[in-house]
Write a protein that binds this ligand. Sequence first.
Ligand code: OOB
Length: 572
Amino acid sequence: MTEAPRPDVARPDMALPDVATPDAAAPRQTWPADLAARYREKGYWRGESFGTLLRRLAAEHGPRIAVVGGETRLSYADLLTAAEQAARGYLALGLQPGARVVVQLPNIAGFFPSVFGLFLAGLIPVYALPAHRRTEIAHFIARSDAKALVIADSWEGFDYRALARELRKEAAGLEVIVIGEAQEFTSFADLGASGEGASDQDAGALPETDPSRVAFMQISGGTTGLSKLIPRTHDDYIYSFRESAVICGLTPDSVYLCALPVAHNFPMSSPGVFGALSVGAKVVLSPNPAPATAFPLIEAERVTITGLVPPLALLWMQAAPGCTHDLSSLEVLGVGGAKFIPEAAARVRPTLGCTLQQVFGMAEGLVNYTRLDDPEEIIISTQGRPISEDDEVLVLDDEGQPVAPGEAGYLHTRGPYTIRAYHNEPAANARSFTPDGFYRTGDMVKQLPGGYLVVQGRAGDHINRAGEKISAEEIEDHLLAHPAVFDAAVVSIPDAFLGERSCAFVVVNPGAERPKPAAVKAFVRGRGIAAFKVPDEVVFVTEFATTAVGKISRNKLRAELRARYLEEEAAK
Ligand code: OOB
């Protein structure tokens, strides 16, 4: 993007294999010592792990309801008991502290005991989304060297056990733990139950966890090729949602509705389910974000705050005026994941009667919020300012020089909860981080007085489809696997509802019969990937532009195809 990559230079902040641990593939995340000391001194990193956090919350809020999901209501005390039992069960299966466990769960109450159980056992969740399919999950397992997979039996008509069976063909030793009807796999309900290593002696046997170590891994939106794994430490992540809870005005009386998939970073921590739990509030899980599902829950549970991507916010604003449900408890609507245009932002208060909070974040770290008491103009027209005064933000031009104040440039950032490296990705790390540890976000922003950011767009390497990020390169690779496809370029097209949709331009092999667009889509879906990644449109072209020196850069090609498409649409 801006500065030239320097893959040859060893960087002090890069994740190095830990010779002291037998598991050389274990994820690491380290900051330079002086900055780490500063973040501790300033009280950002408090040396608390997820396990100790849950124990403290159970002591402080024991009988209060922590999680509501379907018919299940778990108090803070219930959650600790269930998580400790699960932790013993995981260890009794032979999983070793430090091992990675891919977690693919929908919005069900069982998410919390299973994930806190992993934390208490010193195991490292790798969060997949329910939409992910064979190819993606296999990639997460391989990249993280995961030893186990936690799934629900089935959800929205998809049987995750069938997927697990497929995965086991490649990873024979993979332990599969199922919430619900387990069939041949291990039942989550039986984990740590009497007779399976839950003797009195085991009651105190859970390992100590170092809060400066990696707690879990998130999945990157992915710009080049397959998704990368984002290792987050206990210290850095807990800081980010503890502070988010303050910025979002959460109190023990707050009720957070999780309408987006819980494993995504936005509903997980901005302020999300963890931010809500961190203050003793109640988390309500909505099985899906449709108004017909979410509105009755808002009324029944007196929800005070939730988070949505822009297309869903539009849908809610459409549905609210005619609805019979009482939404008056809703105080704050966070909107993020993709750009929320000012015209739509201005309608939130009049239609939903609550305060809009724009959220511009990334699983790699940096999260910006408009503040609840900001002037309406700021709330409507900016994507907020960073959580921390120690979030360093640079807005740079193509030469890597700071732009003039208020001008658009590339956002670079580092700080107390922004990663320094992806997991086991030396080439991507050299591209995505500057030698002095700034993350090159790829986002184009303008910075206003007071540090408020206005997102302008990003480099043409991914599609932001309703907040779901799709790597153009990843989908091009799937298209190229089609026997009739000679070349392919995937680009984003503006879409009134989704923000962006994906369009695949395809050049057919000389001599091959041109397949139907629907057949190309079916082929891509059949490669075992999430449905949201299947191109919305397939357009056949006879050739891609080339220059005298050969193929032009993919980004330039994508930009050209996109421009030509938009011109043709406008002329229609
Ligand atoms: C969130 O996280 P990711 O990792 O799925 O995606 C990050 C990218 C950003 O780099 C930016 O390109 C885009 O999503 N984005 C926005 C935005 N919020 C995210 N673009 C424009 N306006 C916004 N408000 O999407 C995420 C993580 C935590 C909190 C909120 C969103």
